[in-house]
Ligand binder design. Structure first.
Ligand code: COA
Length: 559
């Protein structure tokens, strides 16, 4: 079937559906919801059998849904209506929540139900629930709904009309404002989680209005509302019964109105007393001759300092008498490459980009050159751009089933990319395969990545199952009878690769191109980064997504 994804953005859920529906054999095209005329034009060009709206912020135009089945993915249980479904589920401490695929009609979220799937709620941010539970449930429900289309058209199946509940409006700032004198830690965390990644909880720190993100409980007490200190890059504030650590802030109406580590967004907080950082993003553990290096950076973004700290931790791991090192990344993201927000905030974004890419490269080189252990990247979450190539620096790459990779850079203003991708990708895919993947600029699902050889294994779909499988396999790898032989082979291969073309040559060629991206006449990268960081709405759909806008595209007329 031809399926048109009509969406506000090509976000994580839309990408996952794109991947799964393509895998199921459907023909996909994407149109961003820019205005009604553009939507109508897309429908006329693509002539889809079905329009699917995974992430919309406005209703679908009436003359579209009246002529064509349009299914909306609503991140709420059956009967729930409104734009802040997940925010409200968190605020109201629901135990179970769900996803409903319903048919678009005049009244928002009130059409008949095509499929639904529920899940137990977890204490996590809205974004984390969206990227995990909501996405998994949506994949199941959407595949079920799409499979029903033929029967629906033949009159053999009808969607279910359910009793309509009143529409619940967008959550307003006042509804989740924190009353520091009264709110306990659990309720502060719930409020911030309900607005994380966006829009954050509106508050004020040291007299400055700001939005709060990335909060966790911190074991301290003080006068409720008091700023108790700083820990790592965050600020610790007392609640009615304890304290919270706030990792990230956004200060609207300032020259840097985007999300940043709290201490950077609010330099005045440097005067606060220093407290221990209890939950550092980098953590190392060891068991059965395997070292596990976790690096859970907010949003998977790895700035220059984060890369340097991770390199230090990696070198320490490398010096341990282990046989295998597993790069665990974070729970939601493995890595998304350079930290574009920190780059945007720097006095010279070009210089900071240069520093950041060199720090990424230093880290990748250390992994590639490791000859004392076998190395594995274990991707619990998605990886994009440089973060995807960081994963490929290891000897083996294992991904959780359902992980989506974006192993390309071009979407960020035609960035050439580094991280030794010109060495790492062709050694897996050959030169042609590497070129094709880089030019394709599309998300790659775990199944396709495995088929192509971008990754080596695809393990359990759930986080706990994946972690368990990774530990079993890593331990087996460490104690395998051929461990020494494999290590020897690895050293041999590296030596012959180095003789054929030194790593330094790959790096300098890549960086020469990056230097042009950062300092050259073509400012595409700087423009794309600004738009990304400032979340500028799209004004067109990129060609690689909108197949129906390709030159020569003609929708078949026989159906
Ligand atoms: N630097 C800073 N922030 C980043 C980031 C990066 N490299 N990559 C992602 N983020 C942030 C996003 O701004 C977003 O922030 P929010 O919490 O305020 O909403 C959050 O992480 C989630 O990203 P989003 O784009 O919504 O996730 P996605 O799963 O829909 O898309 C990617 C994933 C990787 C396709 C997309 O995030 C991306 O293109 N990132 C940039 C990758 C890149 O070009 N890196 C630099 C070159 S190495």
């Amino acid at each position: 079937m031809r399926l048109l994804l009509l969406t506000h953005a090509f976000n994580s859920l839309t990408q996952r559906l794109y991947v799964e529906l393509t895998e199921a054999g459907h023909e996909l095209s994407v149109e961003f919801d820019i205005n009604d005329a553009v939507t109508r034009e897309a429908v006329e060009l693509f002539r889809p059998h079905l329009i699917l709206a995974p992430y919309l912020r406005r209703p679908i135009p009436e003359n579209v849904w009246r002529r064509q089945v349009c299914l909306v993915v609503h991140p709420g249980i059956v009967g729930d209506r409104g734009p802040s479904a997940l925010d409200r589920a968190i605020l109201q401490d629901e135990r179970e929540w769900g996803v409903t695929v319903l048919q678009a009609e005049a009244e928002l979220d009130a059409g008949p139900v095509w499929a639904t799937a529920n899940f137990p709620m977890r204490q996590a941010t809205k974004s984390s629930l969206y990227r995990n539970e909501v996405t998994e449930a949506a994949v199941g429900a959407v595949l079920e709904a799409v499979a029903r289309l033929t029967d629906y058209r033949a009159g053999r199946w009808q969607p279910t009309r359910v009793a309509q509940r009143p529409l619940r409006p967008l959550v307003q700032d006042a509804e989740r404002a924190i009353t520091w004198s009264r709110d306990d830690t659990a309720s502060v965390l719930r409020k911030i989680a309900s607005a994380d990644g966006s829009p954050g909880v509106a508050d004020s720190l040291l007299g400055h209005p700001c939005r709060l993100f990335d909060a966790r409980a911190y074991p301290a007490t003080g006068r409720p509302g008091e700023l108790l200190g700083r820990a790592g890059a965050g600020i610790v504030r007392a609640t009615a019964d304890g304290a919270v650590h706030i990792g990230h802030l956004r200060r609207p109406a300032t020259p840097l109105p985007f999300k940043l580590p709290a201490l950077l967004a609010l330099p005045e907080a440097a005067e606060l007393p220093e407290l221990p950082e209890l939950d550092p993003p980098i953590r190392y553990e060891e068991a059965d001759a395997v070292g596990y290096l976790h690096f859970d950076f907010y949003n998977g973004a790895m700035g220059s300092a984060a890369c340097a700290a991770l390199l230090e931790a990696y070198e320490r791991a490398r010096a341990r008498p282990t046989r295998v090192i597993v790069l665990m990344g974070g729970t939601d993201f493995f890595s998304n490459g350079m930290d574009l927000n920190l780059i945007e905030a720097a006095e010279s974004p070009a210089d900071e980009s240069w520093r950041n890419i060199n720090a990424m490269d230093d880290l990748c080189r250390a992994i590639i050159e490791t000859d004392s252990q076998l190395t594995v990247s274990a991707l619990q979450g998605n990886a994009g751009a440089g973060g995807a190539f960081l994963a490929l620096a290891a000897d083996e790459v294992w991904v959780r089933k359902g992980v989506v990779l974006n192993p390309h850079y071009k979407n960020m203003g035609n960035l050439y990319g580094s991280e030794y991708w010109t060495y790492l990708l062709p050694r897996r895919l050959g030169p042609d395969g590497a070129r094709q993947l880089m030019q394709r600029r599309l998300p790659l699902g775990s199944a396709a990545a495995l088929r192509m050889g971008v990754v080596d294994d695809c393990l359990a779909p759930d986080h706990a199952g994946f972690l368990h499988a990774v530990r079993l396999r890593a331990t087996a790898l460490a104690h395998a009878p051929d461990h020494a032989t494999r290590l020897q082979l690895k050293r041999k291969r590296r030596t012959s690769d180095e003789a054929a073309k030194p790593l330094a040559a790959y790096r300098s060629e890549e960086l020469a191109r990056m230097q042009r991206n950062f300092y050259g006449f073509d400012v595409s990268y700087h423009v794309a980064r600004q738009r990304f960081v400032h979340k500028t709405p799209h004004s067109w759909t990129p060609r690689h997504l909108a197949r129906h806008r390709e030159i020569g595209w003609q929708a078949p007329t026989d159906d």
